[in-house]
Design a protein around this ligand. Structure first.
Ligand SMILES: Cc1cc2nc3c(=O)[nH]c(=O)nc-3n(C[C@H](O)[C@H](O)[C@H](O)COP(=O)(O)OP(=O)(O)OC[C@H]3O[C@@H](n4cnc5c(N)ncnc54)[C@H](O)[C@@H]3O)c2cc1C
Length: 391
């Protein structure tokens, strides 16, 4: 137990963002004294562990594509890189692909995104409806213009990846503390540390807010207003009577409904909806699936008019209402206060690139991948970014 409560860096929240940042910081600056404060080490409500665990290069903003290219590179070498002594993590990275369907209404945007992805060296293919049908005979492609397929896209075990980052960061000297940050302390326009619910204070000249869907609440304690809200999203696990012959990619319909295969012949399905409630609510609701999502699904996959809803869950998107993109960097009005939030539905795959970028920023090293486009200054200046690939 470390009784000296003075640190170089305190990270609030030990989800994928906090833990990836701790990993890169402790790798780049071995002697650094760093605490990661996590309220719930079981991560029962962390978005990281409640996510669909998907990674895709299919975005329309250059930096989001580059972030995912880095993620794919990291995931390939992850188990080796995260090995601690003889303990090698297993993250089961499945490259089952992602298939984004294209209709008349999104044809131009899809073509632009596809051209950009190709120009950045991504492996992505434009498929006709006939090609889609040939790969996935269960799908009804009538009314589609085609689809874009990313063969490197896929999914992995998010909990295992999180545990691996945490174990590796700890092996490199990061301290994980169980506690709740109730206030970010500031003085003279600089961060000074955090107060915990236990009454203790941790002093640090650098505080990193990786609080996920709670990040805006945490920032508010330092007088910082972020356009980030917690929005409930639901996932359903289905057991269809008719099983596909092989794995199905994460398939995104024109309506925004998406699904993919999961271990054990199951299908995971979700959809972001306008009426999804804002707040810290984790109840899931089978009626939504039965009455709204199932009919939509069965239209696209007619054979799935017979299936069993096995279970469901709800997690929170940290939705950036300005532009649904990440907010990463130092808050312009408080020196030493860094943010990584607003990831909406694509933060898990951004963990590696964001963790490395934040570490470089904090340590004042040149950026391996320049993510300054996500600087929090755009919040103050009300300058939204544009990304067409938000799911
Ligand atoms: C249903 C769903 C599906 C998703 N699917 C995908 C996907 O397929 N691909 C993808 O890339 N992304 C996906 N996402 C998004 C992704 O999960 C998140 O963007 C990402 O996990 C955010 O990581 P984080 O570390 O910022 O937040 P979290 O994982 O939520 O971690 C934040 C941590 O901070 C802790 N904390 C909060 N407040 C305090 C406090 N005051 N003191 C101490 N600790 C605190 C919390 O306990 C939590 O552990 C999905 C999200 C959901 C909800």
């Amino acid at each position: 137990m470390n009784n000296d409560r003075t640190y170089d860096i305190v990270i609030t929240g030990g989800g994928i963002m906090g833990s990836a940042t701790a990993y890169y910081l402790s790798r780049m600056a071995p002697g650094l004294k760093m605490a990661v404060v996590e309220r719930d080490p079981s991560y029962a409500r962390a978005s990281t562990t409640l996510s669909m665990s998907n990674v895709r290069i299919q975005f329309s903003l250059k930096e989001n594509i580059l972030i995912s290219q880095y993620a794919v590179q990291v995931l390939d070498a992850f188990e080796e890189e995260m090995t601690v002594e003889d303990r090698r993590p297993r993250i089961y990275y499945h490259r089952d692909g992602n298939l984004f369907l294209v209709g008349e209404q999104n044809l131009q945007a899809a073509r632009r995104a596809y051209d950009l992805q190709l120009s950045l060296g991504c492996r992505v293919q434009w498929w006709s409806p006939e090609q889609i049908k040939a790969h996935y005979p269960l799908y009804d492609t009538s009314g589609m213009v085609g689809g874009t397929f990313g063969p490197d896209d896929g999914h992995f075990d998010a909990y295992a990846a999180l545990m691996a980052y945490k174990a590796k960061a700890r092996s490199q000297g990061a301290h994980y503390l169980k506690g709740e940050v109730v206030r970010i302390r500031t003085a003279g326009g600089r961060a000074e540390g955090v107060d915990l619910g236990s009454g203790e204070t941790l002093s640090a000249g650098c505080v990193v807010n990786c609080g996920g869907a709670w990040a805006a609440q945490i920032a508010e304690t330092a007088g910082v207003k972020l356009p980030v809200i917690p929005v409930k999203r639901q996932v359903f696990a289905l057991d269809p009577a008719v099983k596909p012959e092989g794995p199905l990619p994460l398939t995104v319909l024109l309506s925004g409904l998406y699904f993919r295969t999961e271990t054990g012949g199951l299908i995971l399905l979700g959809k972001s909806m306008e009426e999804d409630p804002v707040g810290f609510n984790f109840a899931w609701d089978d009626q939504r699936f039965m009455e709204i999502l199932w009919p939509e699904l069965a239209e696209f996959v007619p054979a799935w008019d017979r299936l069993k809803l096995v279970r469901g869950w709800a997690g929170l998107y940290d939705v950036n209402t300005l532009d649904h993109n990440a907010i990463i960097g130092e808050w312009p009005e408080i020196g030493g206060l860094f943010l990584a939030t607003g990831f909406s539905g694509h933060g898990l795959q951004q963990g590696p690139a964001v963790g490395r970028y934040l570490a470089e920023l904090i340590l004042k090293q040149p950026a391996s991948l320049d993510l300054s486009i996500f600087n929090p200054r755009r919040v103050l200046e009300n300058k939204p970014l544009s990304e067409a690939g938000i799911v």
